[in-house]
Design a protein around this ligand. Structure first.
Ligand code: HEC
Ligand code: HEC
Ligand code: HEC
Ligand code: HEC
Ligand code: HEC
Length: 449
């Protein structure tokens, strides 16, 4: 190559590089603009706008994710496909004998179905339920309560809770909605469920913090858990009192049990959810204590929030958005887990499988032990054993039932707090077998024939 042509080559190359650089910079600017203006305020959002589709005009990407919660999914123990729990585990029919859960009990589905499934279940078709049930299944409840209470949310809450559920449904149009977790003016995270606001205040008071209000006092990371904890918790839903969360003594399994043991309801009697049809024991039922269980695990202690795993960040062009397709993180390990854990997807799935398989095996043993206790009690009741001698054995059933249910109704099959779940199941097996041994002793003392 002569000197001139190499000059030309350098010039051409420089021009090309400059062009590419300019194009690159322009592209970045465009994308920055795009991310700045992507939330075109098409709709003026406010408290009255509860329909997620309207919010979707302003935030199409988040809305796209939200809509995907209608998809059916499947993992070893989770996902959102509805094979009845009573068919996959017939022991539950004995364990819940005499209670609505022995008639219908399905695995959860996605948020898209939260209102539909409540209307479809035989637990509301065959049994009378109270308006309290609505709190976690319908969207835009703050607005509903404010209207029902003529501007006073708490008054409206009490009013709707006391209605028959069928009447309360008239107020509800949407499933879990954007406005439940976001302030429509600022889009900041917020919690809207009255029972949560009251429950968390009690819990913090016990920890020495007065007048706690998560909406003004919680950190952003805490809010990334609280928005879920407003619904994914165990609750009291009787006909006398309005809905509440039993957290006055704390949120560990025995602290909640202790609360219920000291809680008086009808005719000043100690609280129970139902009288067991076979044994007559007064027993209590746990409902999806995800927040309570997560609180005892290493992720909680390390500050990892529900949203970190169930709503991880994802890239959309130059923007980082929060994945609003809330689902099992096992369908999404690379974004849900590998943001923190530097192992392969297979390795992470393997770790979860080990934890969940162990938990399932322990749970099987615990359910077997409880069914054995129930059967032994049924046998004992056929004989002439004085009722007061059976009372201590009913206590064993109550304790074992509560603990087994706390792990079984929790939806992570032990993952959210593996050691805590194992501890609880260990206690449950012990209580059930102690009860069985005592019943056996009584049977020897008072033979049936
Ligand atoms: C460290 C990650 C992580 C955190 C933090 C976490 N979870 Fe989970 N969660 C999981 C995994 C893993 C499962 C098991 C999913 C499966 O079996 O398919 C699960 C299961 C669930 C399920 C059942 C999902 C299904 O498809 O069956 C629900 C509901 C749930 N978690 C809610 C919560 C809530 C509420 C919080 C916060 C209080 C929380 N999780 C915190 C990882 C996490
Ligand atoms: C504190 C919030 C809360 C209240 C109150 C509540 N639910 Fe739910 N419900 C949930 C959550 C969270 C799930 C999903 C997790 C699960 O299924 O374990 C769920 C799941 C369900 C399901 C689908 C799974 C199944 O069990 O078949 C039905 C049906 C249901 N609830 C009915 C009711 C009825 C009836 C009431 C009133 C007695 C009620 N809920 C009150 C939060 C609540
Ligand atoms: C169950 C609670 C929940 C619901 C329901 C919900 N979001 Fe979010 N949203 C979150 C969380 C958690 C974040 C992360 C916020 C943070 O970390 O500051 C978020 C973030 C956002 C952001 C900020 C940008 C981003 O993607 O991180 C927008 C915009 C948003 N959501 C829109 C919506 C819209 C629109 C809907 C309804 C279609 C909706 N959200 C429903 C919990 C929720
Ligand atoms: C207003 C109450 C409410 C809030 C807030 C809420 N959930 Fe739910 N969630 C429900 C109900 C009710 C269901 C069960 C719907 C059904 O079975 O029809 C459910 C179902 C789920 C499922 C099962 C779906 C699947 O595909 O496995 C997961 C996972 C879940 N929620 C996680 C979360 C997380 C994480 C948050 C917070 C970011 C959250 N939820 C906030 C009420 C709520
Ligand atoms: C935001 C960060 C973060 C995310 C997201 C996260 N983890 Fe973790 N994980 C941690 C930390 C921190 C620990 C504590 C151990 C440590 O200090 O190394 C931990 C511990 C664990 C452990 C051992 C403790 C135990 O409970 O037995 C397992 C297993 C685990 N994580 C699995 C997962 C899986 C599966 C996911 C995704 C569904 C996930 N993690 C998501 C940060 C995270």
């Amino acid at each position: 190559m002569d000197k001139i042509s190499s000059y030309v080559a350098v010039i051409v190359l420089t021009a090309l590089l400059t062009g590419a650089l300019v194009a690159f910079l322009l592209n970045i600017r465009e994308r920055k603009e795009e991310s700045k203006y992507r939330n075109v305020n098409v709709a003026q959002l406010n408290e009255e706008i509860t329909d997620p589709a309207v919010w979707g005009h302003n935030f199409p990407r988040e809305y796209d994710g939200y809509k995907k919660t209608s998809i059916s999914t499947h993992t070893n123990y989770g996902g959102s496909e509805g094979i009845s729990k009573l068919d996959t585990d017939p022991r539950l029919k004995t364990i819940f004998a005499g209670y609505a859960f022995s008639v219908a009990y399905n695995p959860r589905r996605g948020h898209y179905y939260s209102l539909i499934d409540q209307k479809e279940t035989l637990r509301t078709k065959k049994f009378k339920q109270v308006g309290s049930c609505l709190q976690c299944h319908a969207g835009g409840l703050r607005n509903i309560y404010e209207k029902a209470g003529h501007g006073d949310m708490m008054a409206g809450f009490e009013k709707v809770c006391a209605m028959p559920l069928k009447d309360a449904w008239q107020y509800a149009q949407h499933p879990v909605a954007c406005v439940d977790c976001h302030d429509p003016k600022t889009m900041d995270l917020r919690v809207t469920r009255p029972a949560f606001l009251i429950g968390i205040k009690k819990l913090k008071e016990k920890e020495g913090l007065k007048d706690y209000d998560p909406n003004t006092m919680a950190s952003r990371q805490e809010m990334r858990t609280f928005v879920c904890a407003q619904c994914h918790v165990t609750y009291y839903c009787g006909s006398k009192e309005k809905l509440f969360y039993p957290w006055g003594n704390g949120i560990k399994v025995e602290q909640i049990e202790d609360f219920y043991d000291n809680f008086k309801f009808k005719d000043d009697h100690r609280f129970y959810d139902w009288k067991h049809e076979i044994t007559g024991a007064e027993v209590i039922k746990a409902k999806h204590p995800e927040f309570e269980m997560w609180s005892q695990g290493v992720h909680s202690k390390s500050g990892v929030a529900c949203a970190d795993c169930h709503m991880p960040y994802m890239r959309e062009g130059a923007t980082k958005i929060t994945d609003h397709y809330i689902r099992s993180p096992l369908l999404n390990v690379s974004r849900a887990c590998l943001q923190c854990h530097h192992f392969t997807e297979e390795e992470m799935l393997g770790r979860v499988k080990t934890i969940q398989d162990i938990n399932r095996k322990l749970l099987d043993r615990a359910e077997d032990a409880l069914v054995a206790l129930i059967n032994k009690l049924a046998e004992a009741k056929k004989g002439k054993i004085p009722e007061e001698e059976l009372i201590p054995i009913y206590e064993f059933q109550r304790k074992a039932q509560w603990r087994i249910d706390f792990v079984n109704a929790e939806n992570s099959m032990g993952f959210h707090a593996p050691q805590e779940a194992a501890r609880i199941l260990g206690e449950a097996i012990d209580y059930a077998r102690q009860g069985e041994v005592q019943a056996e002793g009584l049977l020897a003392k008072h033979p049936v024939n």
